[in-house]
Design a protein around this ligand. Structure first.
Ligand SMILES: [Fe+2]
Length: 649
């Protein structure tokens, strides 16, 4: 047996993945355990869960793989600061402590995180290599074109290439600061949403607006070539060395300051969302057309944060140059853990890859809970519950759903990636006109404009949506136009839906529930939204599910075969109140002193070292405007050689 642990950490969405003999047997995000949304901490609990699921101990591991090269990323940070110094000192003094204390010591952190029981090799792959591997190796294609797009990894922000068998060759890339992901995040920030989290909200807002700023964006912010490569005008953005994404020049261009999150969303914000969505789709489509031309491939694999833009994915699938598109369901940085582990198996250990002999990628890779542990959690909660057999459970849940009740469903293994696919889901009948606003306002406590997704029996997808002949969408990664308008809860304002197709191979128990609902009502779909409230990660354990049930207006809670219909008798969740002690004061003062000394020291380094180095580097440098403007793609091999000494770490 060969066991490989893949890790992503220290940016956002830290995760662990366990690959045993070339198969992903477990994967989970740290946020589901720590309860901190997008947790960037070292994924200690996710590792523990993955090892338990695989029956592997730390000293049984053959390899550990990290999803990026920290030194190369640090190199990008330093070069960026040198470029903008003396501006950027606040960002520098904020970022450096975590780099010096932790992020540059990944080997030490990994060994410590594994209880100093692992003494084997630790491999480091480039961020976009990990994204590419997470998409291609998990895909059902023997060979395919690959495109990765995100905010930024080490230097790359977009890459294109080809996967064939066990080989992946990324041939072209676009580098920081030119980034579609950061451009989208800049608009997310300006609209008053959180960066690296609120991009979905912006995408959901887009259909309410008109893209009246799209031309302005193309003229002033981003120049997109015919081959899909692009360049941003950095003077409108602050992300290179500031603590914000956009600057005053950006505000002046659009005539508005950033929306404060407490302010209402107006037509301006809706139009901004529509405009950036339009430009993003254009860039993705052009890059895909170029990739098709240079690769000659008929299939495409996508990963990276931009691949979570399901609207762009749907358009690419229906109208793009490829016959088929496969998107890694954990397309963001969490998925890098899977990619890095698979890279060890196929590229370090040179194990062949055979699509025909491997089952389709299963996103249900997280922990599951036994009946005994569920019963224990329910007993602790004081809630009244009953346990039903499988047949009765399906009929009971269907009767509740048809009666207009909203149900929290916790079943089987937890999903890997940002989407709940039925096992940690809130479910409802999509036909009710009030369902969407009720779930948004009383259960999820989120913005009323945000749509819900339908989970649809696979053999009914074509009848319900115009998927362009691509009915199988088991991971909820594509948005398509709906054919009818009788399911308002899952139909967005522009008549589209983010579909999840469900068949028995994907999820036997969830398919049975949908089938029973169809037999009882004639409706082959359910509202499926993630089981959480605004600002919290999706529930991970039965205790999380019970807490979420108690603090929302959910009607019924179903955990495995246990059903809870009433909140009467619940023991209010207790929280340990940590009171300050006067003896903590010296420690706090010491910490504050350390921080002050650190800021002074780092500021001195910034002004006395980084700034003069930056000035020296800028002397004689040719301006970006003198470059070739017909294409901004960089050929990967030619450009990577000068950094080769950094590539091992
Ligand atoms: Fe990424």
């Amino acid at each position: 047996m060969t066991a490989i642990l893949g890790l992503s950490a220290f940016f956002h969405d830290s995760a662990a993945a366990l690959v045993v003999d070339g198969r992903v047997v477990a994967a989970a995000q740290e946020e589901r355990f720590s309860r901190i949304k997008h947790d960037a901490a070292f994924p200690t609990e996710a590792i523990q869960a993955c090892l338990e699921l695989g029956g592997v101990k730390p000293d049984d591991l053959d390899h550990v793989a990290f999803y990026e090269k920290p030194l190369l990323k640090f190199d990008r940070l330093l070069e960026t600061y040198a470029d903008i110094a003396p501006r950027g000192v606040r960002s520098f003094t904020t970022a450096m402590p975590s780099w010096l204390q932790q992020k540059l010591h990944v080997r030490r952190e990994v060994r410590r995180g594994l209880g100093n029981l692992y003494h084997g090799p630790i491999a480091f792959f480039e961020h976009h290599e990990s994204h590419a591997a997470s998409a291609f190796y998990a895909s059902p294609f023997d060979e395919a074109a690959i495109m990765t797009m995100d905010g930024v990894g080490e230097w790359a922000t977009t890459t294109i290439g080809i996967g064939s068998g066990e080989k992946i060759q990324l041939s072209k890339e676009i580098r920081f600061p030119d980034s579609i992901g950061l451009l989208y995040s800049a608009f997310t920030y300006h609209a008053g949403f959180r960066v690296n989290s609120g991009e979905y909200k912006l995408m959901g807002l887009a259909p309410y607006g008109t893209p009246r700023f799209a031309t302005l964006i193309r003229e002033r912010l981003i120049s997109i070539c015919d081959d899909g490569s692009f360049r941003l005008d950095s003077s409108y953005f602050n992300y290179r060395g500031g603590l914000t994404m956009t600057n005053a020049k950006f505000d002046r261009l659009f005539g508005r300051k950033r929306r404060d999150p407490s302010e209402t969303i107006e037509a301006f914000h809706r139009d901004m969302a529509a405009s950036i969505q339009c430009v993003t789709e254009e860039a993705v489509m052009k890059a895909a057309i170029h990739l098709k031309e240079i690769s000659g491939q008929s299939k495409l694999c996508l990963a990276g944060g931009v691949a979570l833009n399901c609207v762009a994915n749907g358009k690419l699938l229906r109208e793009g140059p490829f016959d088929d598109v496969w998107v890694q369901p954990a397309a963001g940085d969490a998925g890098g853990a899977v990619g890095a582990a698979m890279l060890v198996w196929h590229q370090v250990m040179r194990q062949p890859r055979s699509v025909s002999s491997s089952p389709p990628f299963d996103a249900l890779l997280g922990p599951e809970y036994s009946d005994a542990s569920v019963r224990e959690a329910l007993d602790r909660s004081g809630l009244q519950f009953e346990r039903l057999d499988d047949e009765s459970l399906a009929h009971s849940v269907v009767a509740d759903l048809a009666d207009g009740k909203v149900i929290g469903r916790f079943d089987g293994r937890m999903e890997f990636g940002p989407r709940a696919l039925g096992n940690r889901s809130i479910l409802a009948d999509p036909r009710g006109a009030e369902t969407q606003s009720r779930i948004n306002q009383k259960i999820k406590f989120r913005e009323s404009f945000r749509p819900f997704a339908p989970a649809i029996l696979a053999n009914h997808v074509e009848a319900c949506l115009d998927t362009g002949g691509h009915a199988a969408n088991p991971y909820m990664m594509f948005v398509h136009p709906m054919r009818g308008s009788d399911v308002p809860a899952v139909t967005h304002v522009d008549g589209t839906a983010r579909v999840q197709s469900v068949d028995a191979r994907d999820n036997v128990r969830f398919e049975r529930l949908l089938r029973c609902f169809f037999e009882a009502t004639g409706c082959p779909m359910l509202v499926n939204t993630s089981f959480n409230v605004r600002g919290e990660p999706i529930v991970g354990s039965p205790d999380d599910a019970i807490r979420c049930f108690l603090k929302t207006d959910l009607d019924v809670l179903v955990i495995e075969n246990f059903v809870v219909r009433s909140k009467v008798g619940a023991i209010a969740p207790t929280f340990d109140v940590v009171k300050g002690h006067w003896l903590d004061m010296p420690r706090k003062i010491f910490r504050l002193w350390n921080r002050v000394v650190g800021v002074i020291g780092l500021s001195a380094v910034y002004y006395l070292v980084v700034t003069p180095v930056g000035w020296a580097r800028r002397v004689g440098r040719t301006s970006r405007e003198s470059d070739d403007t017909s294409s901004y793609w960089r050929h990967v091999d030619a450009d990577r050689d000068p950094k080769r000494h950094l590539r091992t770490y």
